[in-house]
Write a protein of this length. Structure first.
Length: 596
């Protein structure tokens, strides 16, 4: 393992999830990847060599963060090109639909609010290739999209829905839009025949799309295709690097806005959500406190029990939101037991081996044998003919040889297969765990199941378990699905979900868990507060260990970095972007880049 290879690994690993990366993270991961063979001085020298060669571009570091930060010319170019593709299509097309069609839509959709009608009119008269619909949580974006879809279809467009998650894609069906995930759309071969119809793509939950995804999506558009990006810049961002939806708004994309909240039926709660939508966290917390909706319970066990008791008091239409997977699992277990004690769930349990994603593993990590552990389960989305592993197969990690970068797995047919993980793409890594399910339990699916038309994070209730353990689940949509536990191992309790999983859901009341003494700023911040509290129509209650700290941790403004915004005009790529009419995130930054 050379120092150069170790630093390349560290670069790729960190740039997968951030457009601007910290030098200390690069040093840490390079040393770990070298398995002790590299000295810190050699790693630092290699990093400095790349800085001088502009392979690493020094970026403005976040305030109060020690050390340097880097981006790359490739990341800057991705952002520049994404903005250029949006700008080059402005005022270049005819209005999306003709005036006669718009009059018909206005007549047929009289039930729209003033804000919705204004947004529909703005988008239907747009002459831009790419536009945006920015809507505060609970403003009726789905209702608005139904009118836009109807108008576009009357005009002869083929309307296609996309979303970064399968659950969000399924939600587009509520607007009458056929949809699939953005990932699946991008994975389709360029050689596949294009539709001859004019297409309007509706990309929902656009804040969850990464820079690479957005760039590839726009790059593959046909000459007559139009795009509507739908989202909310204050909600959660992509797991991977970049914030293209917000960046495109800052760069001047034509945006229709919905700001009239219709979800919250409780005036007090509606006021809280309005504060959160404007980033006024202090005022939102004060309003919740005045309404006695914040419960301070220092001891963790007591706090989880209090959440469970409140859930059991009225289970129907109640959702628990917790920031991280560990607390989510703990809350689910406590509620499961409480539901059994109160008779809402059968006491007779069926123990099932389920698969829990190792979400800390990046795509770069999956090419490194040491990141796997014996006992891990892997799923191959592409497979390998040479190794005899088919797409969709599962295998168990039996041994890891970090020095030679090789893993040994036991395949479905019992064969032992040894390979270098760099040879296989599209691998998902899981740990096995046990869950005790019973009739009446709330469950969530943790991976999509296309054969049963089930989306990742779909929720349901177990309505029957036969003596052999076969499960029948009634989805919240009303459909029932039946399966053997061993053929559908992507299942978990569904009483509590993470904030990311809750985005796009609506429930009567929400119970939010915020543990300030374990609060990572990447998980507990303004986005969590806004997304979690805005799920509830009638009620939202917060459970915390420290009411005073709660204000501080929820007021943290944590967002992905933009390579262009943080480059500060130091690189040739940034200078070229400004010269070529590329992105300018703000007037001040435009001046800084142009005069670098």
């Amino acid at each position: 393992m050379t120092v150069r290879t170790a630093v390349t690994f560290a670069r790729d690993r960190n740039l997968e999830r951030e457009a601007v990366i910290e030098e200390r993270a690069v040093l840490r991961d390079a040393l770990q990847r070298s398995l002790g063979e590299a000295r810190i001085e050699d790693v630092k020298a290699e990093v400095e060599r790349r800085v001088q060669a502009e392979e690493f571009i020094t970026a403005q570091q976040a305030s109060a963060t020690p050390g340097r930060a880097f981006t790359t010319a490739a990341m800057i170019e991705l952002e520049r090109e994404t903005i250029h593709m949006m700008r080059s299509g402005q005022e270049r097309y005819r209005e999306l639909v003709a005036e006669e069609t718009r009059r018909g839509i206005a007549e047929d959709y009289r039930h729209l609010s003033d804000s919705q009608r204004t947004a529909v009119e703005q988008l239907l008269t747009s002459r831009d290739r790419v536009t945006a619909l920015e809507g505060t949580a609970g403003t009726g974006k789905t209702t608005t999209l139904a009118a836009i879809r109807d108008a576009a279809e009357r005009e002869g467009y083929e309307v296609q829905g996309l979303a970064p998650t399968s659950r969000a894609a399924h939600k587009l069906y509520d607007a009458g839009i056929e949809a699939s995930t953005l990932q699946r759309h991008l994975a389709q071969s360029d050689d596949e025949p294009r539709s001859e119809s004019r297409r309007l793509f509706v990309l929902d939950e656009s804040s969850l799309a990464s820079t690479k995804q957005m760039h590839t999506f726009l790059q593959r558009l046909g000459t007559e295709d139009r795009v509507l990006l739908v989202g909310d810049v204050r909600q959660h961002e992509a797991v991977d690097a970049g914030r293209p939806y917000q960046q495109l708004q800052e760069a001047g994309i034509a945006t229709a806005r919905l700001d009239e909240i219709v979800r919250q039926q409780n005036p007090g709660l509606k006021g809280v959500v309005e504060h959160l939508s404007r980033g006024e966290v202090d005022r939102a917390v004060e309003a919740l406190d005045r309404q006695s909706l914040i419960h301070e319970i220092p001891r963790r066990e007591d706090r989880l029990q209090a959440i469970a008791q409140e859930y059991v008091r009225d289970p129907n239409g109640t959702l628990v939101v917790s920031p991280d997977n560990r607390s989510r699992r703990d809350i689910n277990e406590v509620i499961h037991r409480s539901m059994q004690r109160e008779g809402h769930v059968d006491r007779e349990e069926h123990r099932v081996r389920v698969l829990v994603p190792r979400q800390e593993i990046t795509g770069t990590d999956r090419q490194w044998a040491e990141r796997y552990e014996p006992g891990d389960m892997v799923r191959y989305s592409k497979g390998s003919k040479a190794l005899g592993l088919n797409a969709g197969n599962y295998a168990r990690i039996e041994a890891v040889d970090a020095k030679e970068n090789r893993v040994t797995v036991s395949a479905d047919d019992g064969r032992g297969v040894t390979y270098d993980p760099r040879r296989l793409q599209g691998v998902t890594v899981y740990r096995e765990a046990e869950r005790a399910f019973a009739h009446g339990d709330r469950v969530q699916f943790t991976a999509p199941d296309r054969s049963r038309d089930v989306a990742n994070r779909d929720l349901g209730t177990i309505e029957h378990i036969d003596p052999n353990g076969r499960l029948q689940v009634r989805l919240d949509s009303g459909r029932s699905v039946t399966f053997e536990p061993q053929e559908r191992r992507h299942l978990d309790y569904g009483y509590a979900v993470t904030s990311h999983s809750s985005q796009g859901q609506t429930t009567d009341r929400v119970l939010v868990h915020v543990e300030t003494d374990r609060a990572s700023e990447k998980l507990v911040n303004r986005r969590l507060a806004y997304v979690a509290v805005s799920r509830g129509r009638y009620d939202a209650q917060l459970y915390t260990d420290d009411k005073e700290k709660l204000r501080r941790v929820l007021d943290r403004d944590v967002s992905h970095s933009s390579a262009l915004a943080r480059d500060g005009g130091q690189s040739k790529a940034a200078h070229s972007a400004a010269r070529d009419g590329g992105p300018a995130v703000s007037a001040a930054q435009t001046v800084a880049v142009a005069h670098s």
